[in-house]
Design a protein. Structure first.
Length: 295
């Protein structure tokens, strides 16, 4: 897809705008990396201190397109002393939900609720990296799944959260040591994901990014970035997509002082920011991982 002729054919076939760059697959998928590294990381956790556990939902976007973000999340949790569990599960079904393909989305939701059902009555959080994927457990799944799974889905829903929420909560309960992070002064501007704004709150991302004591964190009051998953790729929507970005988001980023870190939890938001401004935005978990004194 890096070759122009191949990319042109794919975009033409898919109805995508030729000016919109295609996302590239990661060199190593996150699931493959986890199979190789997770057990070793968990074995290094100090068993003499408080046992802290978390379950990771490996969404399809992070697995295939943004595996470095997933690796940073796992490495950060490890450095903070968390034992990470994974289970075999399906993709989130977000792409089907966004296009109204509810029959297929229901099958995926049923599979995921069944896969995570054993955690419904356990005191453990299920965390995800891509907002639209993990928040399906809270928003659509409880009503979408078959009747026999709805009670389990309702019990699982409050346990499922963005990693931003989880880390903000753990900070509030005193389970994260701020001394592990740099004392350098930096400015971080972040753009919140639409699903995040609708279902939970951007304040969790603000709190998470503020864990390093001298990080000045500002939320860009931008509304939607304009990408909205596949919407911004489609030829008929491309112009409007970019106009939405130009309303607030793009100018705010262009006007940022040199050295300002730009962050966004959503993978499509980060793509939109890059396409509109040339800036490589980071997932907040990458920002926090890079702020560790020792990596």
């Amino acid at each position: 897809m890096k070759l122009k002729p191949g990319a042109w054919v794919v975009k033409k076939f898919m109805g995508f705008e030729q000016q919109r760059p295609l996302p590239f697959l990661s060199k190593t998928y996150l699931r493959k990396w986890l199979r190789k590294n997770l057990k070793k990381l968990n074995n290094r956790i100090d068993s003499s201190v408080e046992r802290k556990e978390v379950v990771l939902f490996v969404d399809e976007f992070t697995n295939y397109l943004d595996s470095p973000v997933g690796m940073a999340a796992v490495s950060l949790l490890h450095k903070l002393g968390y034992t990470i569990h994974t289970v075999k599960h399906a993709e989130s079904g977000r792409t089907y939900l966004s296009k109204g393909l509810l029959r297929k989305a229901r099958k995926i939701a049923n599979a995921n609720i069944s896969a995570f059902s054993r955690f419904a009555d356990q005191e453990v959080a299920i965390v995800g990296i891509e907002p639209s994927a993990i928040l399906a457990f809270r928003d659509e799944y409880p009503e979408l799944v078959d009747p026999g799974l709805r009670e389990t889905a309702r019990r699982l829903a409050p346990k499922c959260m963005m990693i931003d929420e989880f880390l903000a909560r753990e900070l509030e309960t005193g389970r994260i040591n701020r001394d592990l992070f740099t004392t350098e002064e930096k400015t971080v501007k972040f753009h919140g994901h639409c699903q995040q704004k609708a279902i939970t709150s951007t304040m969790h991302t603000h709190k998470m990014l503020s864990i390093p004591v001298h990080y000045k964190v500002e939320e860009i009051k931008s509304g939607c970035c304009g990408m909205a998953g596949a919407y911004g790729y489609e030829k008929r929507h491309y112009e409007l997509s970019m106009k939405i970005g130009e309303m607030v988001l793009f100018p705010e980023i262009r006007d940022s002082l040199p050295g300002t870190i730009i962050a966004a939890p959503g993978t499509s938001c980060r793509e939109q920011i890059h396409d509109g401004t040339g800036v490589h935005a980071k997932h907040p978990v990458q920002v926090l991982y890079e702020a560790l004194k020792e990596r």
